[in-house]
Design a protein around this ligand. Structure first.
Ligand SMILES: [Fe+2]
Ligand SMILES: [Fe+2]
Length: 426
């Protein structure tokens, strides 16, 4: 019936939303690069599905625009508990082994009961959701070995966590079409829980060259940005190093989901996914050139600059620093065309389109947040000035040893790229 359908879809929406927020918050705490850049795609898919569900609930309950957890508090308490996982592996495995399969089955059950004439609009997004959950489960299973290898010591706590989660899930009757079979105010405390806190020091993939500053020009004005091959390389390294933007997008989504509500979560999910694609563009490009991960610098300085700060400055950094080069990008694209470098041109072209969307997100949500905090006529430039000061302070802390190290890394990469270009022309 119409009412039951809306109750079920509302339940699914709240579960997806909670898991999106948990995963986003954890991105900075995840080491393997493939996981850090793939989870944002899954988060974005789930956000699109959740958005369709939410719209459908409003349609079914028209004219009511209320979305309340209501009777589902116990179930939601269990789902929210995911973010308090003792380590990244436990969070990851709760997705792979509990939540994703449960949701996949629930959506499949829904499809089996739904009728095309009555509920056709839901059937379309539910079919897609089942298909995406299948793909997600496969991807998560494929990436489990690098996740486990990154932190072998996490396994014991993750085992206990997932086992308890599975048990509680089954005790309340599972995540499905029926409401939870327990008192609605039941709370859950899983073994080894650690109340969630954003990783202020990002977990990074140790297969890379781990540095603070990822190219010499960040801390050494005498080092040229370059043109030709150097520009191609610099551009790919910049894209790879948008890893900070992935972590920051996730951090924001988590930090402001309650204050700014669903529309923000949806935008932040897309924003984070886009940054993950930019990071992957750089990585794939550098791999195609034959570089090994151990040669590639992965820096932390922008993420570090917001250490312990109010997350509004992380929002400021993502907004200002990621979009500040928009105007220069068409010129870069022309350079790549003149080098007949179609891959760099393609990457920069799509990157430019994404950053234009991000500028709108940043402008809108920073203003909304300042307003929410009681500034009637906010001046976002104050946030920008503080962000710039924070980053400048981190740049000023660079040591001579770091300058030396990154110069060696860069020169090695430039030499290798030049050799490769020369070999190609032989
Ligand atoms: Fe980006
Ligand atoms: Fe961006």
């Amino acid at each position: 019936m119409r009412h039951d359908t809306s109750v079920i879809l509302k339940r699914f929406f709240f579960i997806e939303q909670s898991l999106i927020i948990s995963q986003a918050g954890w991105l900075a705490g995840i080491e393997p690069i493939e996981v850090k850049t793939t989870l944002p795609r899954l988060i974005w898919q789930d956000a699109k599905t959740a958005d369709d569900m939410r719209t459908r609930v409003f349609e079914l309950r028209y004219p009511s625009r209320l979305m309340e957890i209501g009777e589902e508090t116990a179930l939601m308490n269990l789902v929210h508990e995911a973010r308090n996982a003792p380590n990244a592996l436990a969070l990851y495995r709760s997705l792979l082994e509990v939540f994703k399969p449960a949701l996949r089955k629930a959506y499949q059950d829904y499809l089996e009961l739904a009728d095309e004439i009555g509920d056709g609009p839901s059937i379309r997004f539910m079919r897609l959701a089942v298909q995406e959950k299948d793909e997600q489960i496969r991807l998560l299973a494929d990436m489990l070995p690098p996740m486990e290898a990154a932190t072998p010591q996490a396994k014991g706590a993750a085992d206990a966590w997932v086992q308890a989660l599975r048990q509680h899930q089954s005790d309340i009757g599972g995540i499905g079409l029926e409401p939870a079979e327990t008192e609605s105010d039941t709370t859950f405390e899983l073994p080894g829980r650690v109340p969630f806190a954003l990783a202020q020091i990002p977990a990074r993939d140790h297969r890379f060259r781990e540095v603070r500053y990822y190219w010499p020009d960040v801390i050494d004005p005498s080092f040229p940005y370059g043109d030709g091959l150097r520009l191609q390389l610099r551009s790919a390294i910049s894209h790879l190093n948008e890893v900070w933007a992935v972590e920051t997008g996730g951090a924001l989504l988590h930090a402001f989901a309650d204050d700014l509500e669903w529309e923000f979560v949806l935008d932040a999910a897309r924003w984070t996914y886009d940054e993950a694609r930019h990071c992957t563009m750089g990585l794939e490009r550098l791999r195609q050139w034959g570089f090994d991960l151990s040669e590639l610098p992965l820096g932390t300085y922008i993420y570090d600059s917001a250490y312990g700060q109010d997350p509004i400055y992380r929002l400021g950094m993502l907004y200002y620093f990621e979009t500040k080069n928009i105007k220069r990008k068409p010129e870069r694209i022309r350079s790549f065309v003149s080098y007949a470098d179609e891959v760099s041109q393609h990457d920069m072209d799509f990157d430019w389109a994404d950053e234009t969307i991000h500028a709108a997100y940043g402008h809108h949500w920073l203003a909304a947040l300042l307003k929410k905090r009681g500034f009637d006529d906010p001046d976002p430039h104050l946030i920008r000035a503080r962000c710039e000061a924070l980053v400048r302070a981190t740049v000023d802390r660079a040591t001579d040893a770091e300058r030396q190290e990154i110069r060696e890394i860069a020169e090695h990469l430039i030499t290798r790229a030049e050799q490769r270009a020369a070999d190609k022309h032989k």
